[in-house]
Every structure is written in structure tokens, then in C-alpha cells.
Design a protein around this ligand. Structure first.
Ligand SMILES: *[C@@H]1O[C@H](CO)[C@@H](O)[C@H](O)[C@H]1NC(C)=O
Ligand SMILES: *[C@@H]1O[C@H](CO)[C@@H](O)[C@H](O)[C@H]1NC(C)=O
Ligand SMILES: *[C@@H]1O[C@H](CO)[C@@H](O)[C@H](O)[C@H]1NC(C)=O
Ligand SMILES: *[C@@H]1O[C@H](CO)[C@@H](O)[C@H](O)[C@H]1NC(C)=O
Ligand SMILES: *[C@@H]1O[C@H](CO)[C@@H](O)[C@H](O)[C@H]1NC(C)=O
Ligand SMILES: *[C@@H]1O[C@H](CO)[C@@H](O)[C@H](O)[C@H]1NC(C)=O
Ligand SMILES: CC(=O)N[C@H]1CO[C@H](CO)[C@@H](O)[C@@H]1O
Length: 450
């Protein structure tokens, strides 16, 4: 049998019944991967929400799928479901090449085909089953099924979807009341808004009239799940060279806009967001590029220039200021991730962005901050951008959401190893601190890749 997320492929039409059957099938497949009590269909009021009490195990294999070499699998060019990062693990080396080449090195089978996105050519099961959970797709399924339940309720029909909904709840219960803070530029805001639009979340923009920053809050009501975006760098299109962040302007943004609203960016633990993801590379790059343009009296911008050491030091100061602002605001316990820079989609080179990313990787490693390597993973996928810097809604935005939720899951005490959810978050947080359990290992694994 094909592994999960595949079995229902035959159900090509999107009728309500088909969707419900597919979801039931998928969730039952999925359930095999969950540490649930067999046959425990009821959703109990236990604090672990139907999950077996967390095992007494206090250590697990620490392996971050998104830090492994791999590839992006997407079903089609425009899909937002069925997209995942597939780490190679051991499957690649075990493949039998004799089927492809004969002893004289002549191909016995066609290696190249016209498949651009693995449409009819799925990666091998043993690779795909090691891929990380597609949290975003599960959330979308939940939305579909709960809409179906509402329709059935209104129609007074038998609750075909109720069982599917219960199964999904068992996988997703832990996202309730969570809060994710994303600090960055429009590239991050775009990803947040794709996520929310796709789940019909309510997006609020505030302050509406500011030319200094923007704050976007998205709430997925079904889950009371909140994602907040704080904009660093410039806002709007009219960014002159003076529109750059300095450590002082970072302070000012914090004091005027972020600190006064920071109380609303508090999640399950009551004192901080459950996870923070930040990045501030592209506007800093733009500042240096603008400065250089003025300095040499040119009309065009040059992204191929290597930044000098002073520029790197200034950027590092900015980065440190941002991190210490976050720490001052929310304390040292909140997990913070540096999101690696996604290079620009333009014909020129983007060397300055590489320089800044490299400096940030180094500084964050020294400051004990883990990396979410989205920028590296999507490097080269420029046809999926909707303009020079912002990624379109599609496979890559889905991938971003899956990645963010992999870390959020971990921040809540969940452990996923090679595609298996070996430990579900414990709502009482009485046992292992899954974040710190693997933090040292993941810090050691960090490579300087730029
Ligand atoms: C919660 O579940 C665990 C394991 O099944 C059980 O030992 C415990 O008594 C349950 N607690 C409540 C309040 O039901
Ligand atoms: C949700 O429903 C829409 C519309 O029926 C469908 O296109 C989409 O594939 C479904 N997504 C999931 C994850 O079930
Ligand atoms: C979510 O928050 C509400 C309000 O504080 C609370 O009643 C509920 O128990 C919380 N649910 C979970 C799963 O934490
Ligand atoms: C939503 O979650 C937040 C953070 O956990 C909590 O303070 C708030 O009470 C929750 N609201 C509802 C309606 O559950
Ligand atoms: C911007 O909004 C704030 C809060 O709503 C208000 O106090 C301020 O006067 C507004 N500024 C402008 C220039 O409209
Ligand atoms: C754009 O910047 C120029 C020069 O700083 C300024 O004169 C102009 O008013 C700005 N336009 C807007 C819409 O902010
Ligand atoms: C090939 C594949 O896995 N297709 C799946 C994509 O996602 C939808 C919605 O979850 C499934 O119904 C398909 O089976």
C-alpha cells in the first residue's frame, strides 16, 4: 500500500462525499503513526486529549528533517496540498541502479522524462514516509471536514464527517490557543497572509496609517491560533536610503508599536508567544545598495557588490539589537528561530544578501539561536515568486507553513523522528522539555552554508 497522503489519489473529483472518504482514509493512515491507544475513538476530556499519557521516555533521537539534504516534492506546479520536504535519509543509497543502467552503462530504462514536478512519478515510498508531517494540509483538511460537518448538521443528516473530524482533532489538538510571532519584512508577511487566506483566517492590519511599520494579526478561529507579523525595514514603495533600520530605529519601532501591543502576542504559556521566527536581511541589503548607489553617483542598483566588513558589523549590531529586544520583551525561554534569507528573484546577482545571511548564521549560532533554513531550501525556485522578493501562494508557501509548524510542534513538547510522531505535546507540560532536549544537538548540526 502506498504511504499516507497517497491512497486516496483515485478520488479525483472533489465532491463532498469523496472529500470525506478521502479524509477518513488519510487520517486512518495517519493514525498508524500516532502514539494513540488503539481503538480509542472517543475524544476524552483528559488533558492529553485522547492521547495516551506521554511515555515516560525522556530522550528521543534528535533529527531535524529540514536540516538534512533533500528535495521539495510537490504534486503539481500550482498545488498547495501535497507538498513536502523529502530528506534523503538512507533510501537514496539503497536504490538499485542496475534497473537503470546495464553493465555497459547503457540505459535500460529512460531516466529522463517530461515530469517537472513528480506529477506521475512519485518519489519512492521509503523516502516519502520519512518526510515530515504536512501540518498545513492537515489544518486544511480539518477546515474542509468541519465545514462538511456544519453542512450535515444544518441538513439534519447523519454525521458522516464527524468521525473524520475526531481523527483530525487527535492530530491537531495541540495547536489550540497557540501564538506564533513572525518578525521580518514583506516576504514574511506574504507567507503569513497566504497561510491565513488559505484557512479563511481573519487578518487585521494595524497601525493602518503608519509609514514606519505594519502589524498583521491573523487568527484562525477554529483553533484560536494566532500568527502575528511585525514589520522591520521599510513599509510601502517609497523607501529612500534614509528608510533603513539603525539600532536606534529598531528601538523606536519597538517602543512605539511592538511593545504597546506585545501583550496580545501571548500564547499558551501566558507570558510569550509559543515560537518566534525572525529575519531582517533584505531591507538591510537595500540600505547598503542605496548608499553605494549614492556614493558612486549611479542610477542603477548593484546587488552584485560584496559587502565590506563595516557593513557586516553594522548589520550584526542590528540583528543583535533585534534579538535582545525580543528577549527583553518575552524572556529567555521563548524559542527564537532565525529564518534564512530567500534570495531575490532578479536577473542580477544577490551577493550582498548572501553576505548578510552568512553573517546572521554565524551570529545566531554564537547567540544560541537555531535556524529555520527556509531560505536555503527554496534557493533557486524563483519561478514560484510573485515578484522580486515575495513568494506566491503555492507549494513554497505550503512548505513554509509545514516547516513553521514542525518547530511549533516541537516547542510544545512534540517529537517527530523520520516522519513518525513519536511524542505528542503534553498539554500539562509535566514531562520532557522537547525543545531543549534537542536544542544542543541541533545547534551543533548548524552549518555555515552561505
Ligand atoms: C488520562 O489518561 C491517562 C492515560 O490513559 C490516565 O492514566 C488518567 O487517569 C487520565 N486522566 C483523566 C482525568 O481521565
Ligand atoms: C479542501 O476542499 C477544497 C474544495 O473542495 C479542495 O480543493 C481541497 O483539495 C481540499 N483540501 C484538503 C486538504 O482536503
Ligand atoms: C484555550 O483557552 C481557553 C480560554 O483561556 C481555555 O478555556 C481552554 O481550556 C484552552 N484550551 C486549551 C486546549 O488549552
Ligand atoms: C486564545 O488563546 C489565548 C492564548 O492562549 C488565550 O489567552 C485566550 O483566552 C484564548 N481565547 C479563547 C477564546 O479561547
Ligand atoms: C494614526 O493613527 C493613530 C491611532 O489611530 C492616530 O492617533 C494618529 O493621529 C494617526 N495619524 C495620522 C497621521 O493619521
Ligand atoms: C516619497 O519620498 C519623497 C522623497 O523623500 C517624498 O518627497 C515623497 O513625499 C514621498 N512620497 C510618499 C507617497 O510618501
Ligand atoms: C498524490 C496525493 O497524495 N494526492 C493527495 C493530495 O491531497 C489531497 C487532499 O488531502 C488528497 O485527497 C490526495 O490524495
Amino acid at each position: 500500500m502506498q504511504i499516507f497522503f497517497y491512497g486516496a489519489k483515485a478520488l479525483a473529483n472533489i465532491s463532498l462525499a469523496a472529500t470525506v472518504v478521502a479524509v477518513l482514509f488519510l487520517t486512518l493512515q495517519f493514525r498508524g503513526k500516532l502514539p494513540t491507544i488503539e481503538g480509542a475513538a472517543e475524544y476524552s476530556t483528559n488533558s492529553t486529549h485522547g492521547h495516551e499519557s506521554i511515555s515516560s521516555k525522556t530522550s528521543y533521537e534528535c533529527i531535524n528533517p529540514y536540516a538534512q539534504p533533500g528535495f521539495i516534492w510537490m504534486e503539481t506546479r500550482n498545488t498547495i496540498d501535497n507538498t513536502t520536504w523529502v530528506p534523503f535519509y538512507s533510501g537514496l543509497l539503497d536504490e538499485q541502479f542496475s534497473q537503470i543502467w546495464d553493465t555497459k552503462g547503457k540505459p535500460v530504462d529512460k531516466v529522463v522524462d517530461n515530469t517537472r514536478y513528480f506529477l506521475n512519478n512519485l518519489p519512492p515510498d521509503d523516502l516519502l514516509k520519512n518526510a515530515p508531517t504536512q501540518w498545513f494540509q492537515l489544518l486544511r483538511q480539518y477546515k474542509n471536514v468541519s465545514d462538511a460537518v456544519a453542512t450535515e448538521n444544518r441538513a439534519g443528516r447523519k454525521m458522516e464527517s464527524a468521525e473524520a473530524l475526531r481523527e483530525l482533532k487527535k492530530q491537531l489538538y495541540w495547536v489550540r490557543n497557540r501564538s506564533l510571532l513572525v518578525v521580518g519584512d514583506s516576504a514574511d508577511e506574504t507567507l503569513v497572509s497566504h497561510f491565513c487566506n488559505s484557512l479563511a483566517g481573519a487578518l487585521d492590519y494595524d497601525p493602518r496609517n503608519s509609514s514606519e511599520t505594519s502589524i498583521v494579526t491573523c487568527n484562525i478561529r477554529e483553533w484560536n491560533l494566532t500568527i502575528t507579523h511585525w514589520q522591520l525595514g521599510c513599509v510601502g514603495l517609497n523607501c529612500s536610503s534614509s528608510a533603513v533600520e539603525t539600532p536606534e530605529s529598531v528601538d523606536q519601532k519597538w517602543d512605539r508599536y511592538f511593545v504597546p501591543t506585545s501583550d496580545s502576542v501571548v500564547g499558551k504559556n501566558g507570558v510569550s508567544p509559543d515560537l518566534v521566527i525572525f529575519q531582517l536581511g533584505l531591507w538591510s541589503e537595500q540600505f547598503f545598495v542605496n548608499q553605494y548607489m549614492e556614493y558612486v553617483h549611479r542610477k542603477s542598483m548593484d546587488y552584485s557588490r560584496t559587502l565590506n566588513f563595516k557593513e557586516l558589523v553594522l548589520y550584526t549590531r542590528l540583528l543583535r539589537r533585534t534579538i535582545s529586544k525580543l528577549r527583553d520583551l518575552y524572556g529567555h525561554k521563548v524559542p527564537i528561530l532565525y529564518r534564512t534569507v530567500a534570495l531575490k528573484n532578479n536577473l542580477e546577482q544577490d551577493i550582498a544578501a548572501l553576505n548578510l545571511d552568512s553573517v546572521a548564521r554565524y551570529a545566531c549560532r554564537e547567540l544560541d539561536i537555531e535556524t529555520i533554513d527556509f531560505g536555503w531550501i527554496v534557493r533557486g525556485y524563483y519561478s514560484f515568486y510573485r515578484d522580486d522578493v515575495n513568494i506566491d501562494e503555492g507549494p513554497l508557501s505550503a512548505l513554509w507553513a509545514n516547516m513553521a509548524f514542525w518547530y511549533l510542534f516541537r516547542s510544545q513538547g512534540g517529537v517527530e523522528v523520520r516522519g513518525d510522531l513519536v511524542r505528542m505535546p503534553d498539554m500539562d507540560k509535566t514531562t520532557v522539555d522537547a525543545w531543549n532536549m534537542c536544542h544542543d544537538t541541533f545547534m551543533k548540526d548548524l552549518k555555515i552554508r552561505s
